[in-house]
Ligand binder design. Structure first.
Ligand code: 13P
Length: 306
């Protein structure tokens, strides 16, 4: 079926009180894992490509992702994750993406509004929806490393002002989460009250970045198979459910797929030293990622919504 816009998927999610995953891809196996999980759970989904993914995969990657997504029988949007400029977003429009993120959250509010509005004008002209961000997440945001102490959480009044001025369709909010496999000691903090306060002021779907659960079972397997990930920690699934109940509609997940991939590849290489067929190494990794995505879709509440 034709691709679906981000707004069509996410407005339904916010209205219906469930979340939809935006899973990052970099290659064929990850894309297949995401789409197979969406089909098996009957879940709408966003497939996200970052500028780094587009650089890594070259010209064929977006074509491959769009082609595979068109064969899906569930709603799929193709999304640009953390677009850094107007030019980057226009390129994604040309590639057939149905959702773009313009991330100018590191700029002054005035610049963020102006650049987001430019992208909104271009994207809306061709029926594509736009994600923007205000506030700052901790951790690594693509190339920008934001020190934890500099992380600025999204203010509800600023969110309302920003959405009116920019015309963006959905908003990434800084609520304590961060990208990567180390989100803080113990149970990382998610500012549920802040989500509620923002959602009370704007009806747009809200976006949670840095939402991976970093399952301890996967980290243990990865380490037992020769990896070395210390202090890994993620967002508790009850906190994800609470965030969705308050207005989070789009939930970004990348790290959990990376962990699943690496754990399984390491296990196969450890357990089958004579194996050198890439299909016998990457195939099991794809199955492992599919299982992780299926589980996330059940936690978010998107399973059965397509
Ligand atoms: P994780 O690192 O928690 O998977 O977050 C990914 C993300 O937010 C991509 O934009």
């Amino acid at each position: 079926m034709p691709l679906t816009t981000g707004s069509d998927i996410l407005n339904a999610a916010r209205a219906g009180g469930y979340g939809v995953g935006a899973f990052n891809t970099n290659d064929m196996e990850i894309t297949q894992a995401i789409l197979e999980a969406a089909e098996s759970t009957r879940s709408p989904v966003l497939i996200a490509l970052s500028e780094g993914a587009l650089k890594y995969g070259g010209a064929i990657l977006p074509k491959l992702v769009v082609e595979l997504a068109r064969d899906a029988t569930v709603p799929v949007a193709i999304h640009l994750d953390h677009g850094s400029s107007y030019v980057s977003c226009v390129r994604a429009l040309r590639l057939g993406f149905t959702s773009v993120m313009i991330d100018q959250s590191h700029e002054e509010e005035e610049v963020n509004v102006r650049e987001t509005a430019r992208v909104v004008e271009a994207a809306h002209a061709v029926g594509v929806s736009v994600e923007a961000e205000i506030g700052r997440l901790g951790g690594v945001e693509e190339h920008v490393v934001v020190a934890e102490e500099d992380a600025i959480l999204t203010k509800p009044d600023e969110a309302e002002r920003f959405m009116h001025a920019s015309g963006a369709d959905y908003l990434a909010v800084a609520i304590g989460t961060s990208h990567g496999a180390n989100k803080g000691k113990g149970r990382p903090y998610v500012d549920i009250e802040r989500i509620r306060a923002i959602a009370a002021r704007i009806a747009n779907p809200l976006v949670m970045h840095g939402a991976s659960g970093v399952p301890s079972s996967l980290v243990r397997r990865l380490n037992e198979a020769g990896g070395d990930l210390a202090d890994a920690s993620g967002i508790h699934e009850d906190d994800v459910r609470a965030a969705v109940a308050e207005g989070i509609a789009k939930i970004n997940t990348d790290t959990d797929l990376r962990l699943a991939f690496t754990a399984r590849v390491r296990e196969v290489l450890r357990d089958e030293p004579k194996q050198f067929d890439p299909r016998k190494i990457l195939g099991p990794a794809r199955d492992e990622m599919r299982a992780v995505v299926e589980e996330r879709m059940r936690v978010f509440g998107s399973a059965g919504r397509a």
